[in-house]
Ligand binder design. Structure first.
Ligand code: SF4
Length: 106
């Protein structure tokens, strides 16, 4: 009896481990696709204007070489061109952008 149940048990354990490994990956991909669906923040948005948000940090002297891509509040994936920002819920900002709320990454 144990000879017949071992392969079944092994298959079950393999499937369990595979599921445990792939589930976090599947959830991560879902979050990234949600971020890509967010509308882009306009610099003319009143909330954006309050923090002098610009889509091109190179045109803002106060940025001092910083950009959204290097900001601790930026939540876009590595090497992304745009992504979510913690101070602008439901909007995406340009990775090349900047605002006065820029904070260093910890
Ligand atoms: S808080 Fe950071 S990521 Fe958000 S707009 Fe300002 S500089 Fe960009």
């Amino acid at each position: 009896m144990s000879r017949e149940t071992k392969p079944t048990r092994r298959r079950f354990v393999r499937k369990l481990l595979l599921g445990a490994t792939l589930t976090p990956l599947a959830l991560t991909r879902f979050e990234v696709s949600n971020a890509a669906d967010q509308p882009l923040l306009s610099p003319d948005d009143p909330a954006a204007a309050k923090v002098r948000y610009t889509e091109d940090a190179t045109k803002e002297k106060s940025a001092k070489g910083h950009s959204c891509a290097t900001c601790g509040l930026y939540e876009g994936p590595y090497n992304s061109t745009q992504g979510p920002c913690q101070i602008f819920p439901d909007k995406a900002v340009k990775a090349a952008g900047w605002c006065t709320a820029w904070a260093p990454q910890l």
